[in-house]
Design a protein around this ligand. Structure first.
Ligand code: BTN
Length: 323
């Protein structure tokens, strides 16, 4: 029996006797206790009340494949191969593995409750605690060869920011190239990995999104961060609803990019640029000036007394200059 089943029954926060849990799950009371203990080891706070039973103290927001699928438009539901996993090394790595197994033309999408080796940009780890956040990856293909991919990594930032605002978040900013920001702190990150050419001119890309949803403590994260729950306390964020909104928006943006390239996204990206008009430094201070948004290829523009210099996407990181 999976610990998830007992967690699901306790999710309402009410007291459940060992006997009623055992009956509902058709297992022994000892098996129920073992699963309660396993859930506690995973970090769930469960009160054991003598003579009465168990009560879940942690807020539970379980992922469910059906709950994600049922919110998707029927056409989209048929285009995706969705796996929802309890635990995985990295959802990006899982999508790469899945691609070999599914029918061509289908979009592999993987969501996990936790990652044991979550990957961030620049080889950094991505902290991926259980039950708290969204870790989701997509395997996408684009026609036109590598030359057509200008600006692609910025497109996903726009897609996710727009989906979050439809879901009730406010003022989602983008830090070039595609970090998601809110109130000056990082809310999520996107890892785009080019897989190479599948066949003549068709390029395969893995897009992984890490979005902080319920997380309220992360002692080992070394940069200012936030989560949807921290920003909008009191809103009942549900990961299944958020995940299906992300699937709809990311696949929709990929279709739009395939049809029309980066130009429909440029203004939408610029409207969220957290660096616009700020004093910036790049390339170890070699380039310094005022942030002026992006060009048609998604490069970042910095204006100095020498003119406007374009900083290439993926090359370097930008930072706000010390006053
Ligand atoms: C960043 O460093 O800002 C990008 C973080 C991307 C993290 C996500 S979580 C889902 C997917 N799987 C991974 O291993 N990484 C991405």
């Amino acid at each position: 029996m999976k610990a998830n089943l007992v967690i699901g029954l306790l999710a309402d926060g009410q007291v459940h006797s060992g006997e009623s849990l055992a009956n509902q799950l058709a297992v022994s009371r000892t098996a129920v206790w073992k699963q309660v203990r396993k859930a506690m080891e995973q970090g769930y706070r469960i009160e054991t009340i003598r003579g009465k039973g168990y009560r879940m103290l942690t807020r539970v927001d379980l992922l469910s494949r059906n709950a994600v699928l049922e919110r998707l438009d029927s056409n989209l539901r048929q285009r995706v191969d969705l796996s929802v996993l309890d635990e995985v090394d990295s959802t990006n790595a899982e999508v790469i593995r899945r691609q070999a197994e599914i029918s061509p033309g289908t979009i592999p999408v993987c969501i996990a409750d936790c990652q044991t080796a979550g990957r961030g940009r620049r080889g950094r780890p991505w902290r991926s605690p259980r039950g708290e956040n969204i870790y989701i990856s997509f395997g996408l293909t684009f026609p036109g060869g590598f030359a057509m991919l200008d600006g692609l990594s910025l497109v996903f930032g726009v897609a996710i920011a727009e989906a979050l605002e439809v879901a009730g978040a406010q003022d989602i900013g983008l830090k070039w190239p595609n970090d998601l920001y809110c109130s000056g702190r990082k809310l999520g990150g996107i890892l785009v990995e080019l897989q190479g050419e599948l066949e003549e001119g068709v390029v395969r890309v893995i897009v992984g999104v890490g979005l902080n949803v319920h997380m309220t403590a992360a002692p080992d994260v070394d940069q200012p961060w936030t989560s949807l729950a921290r920003e909008l306390d009191g809103q009942d964020w549900q990961r299944n609803a958020l995940a299906s909104a992300l699937v709809t928006s990311v696949v929709g943006a990929a279709d739009e990019f395939s049809a029309s390239g980066f130009s429909p996204f440029r203004e939408r990206w610029q409207g969220r640029d957290i660096f616009s008009g700020r004093q910036l430094a790049a390339k170890q201070g070699e380039v310094a000036g005022t942030g002026r948004g992006i060009d048609d290829q998604g490069n970042y523009l910095i204006e100095s007394t020498d003119g406007v210099e374009a900083v290439r996407a993926g090359e370097i990181s930008l930072r706000v200059a010390a006053p």
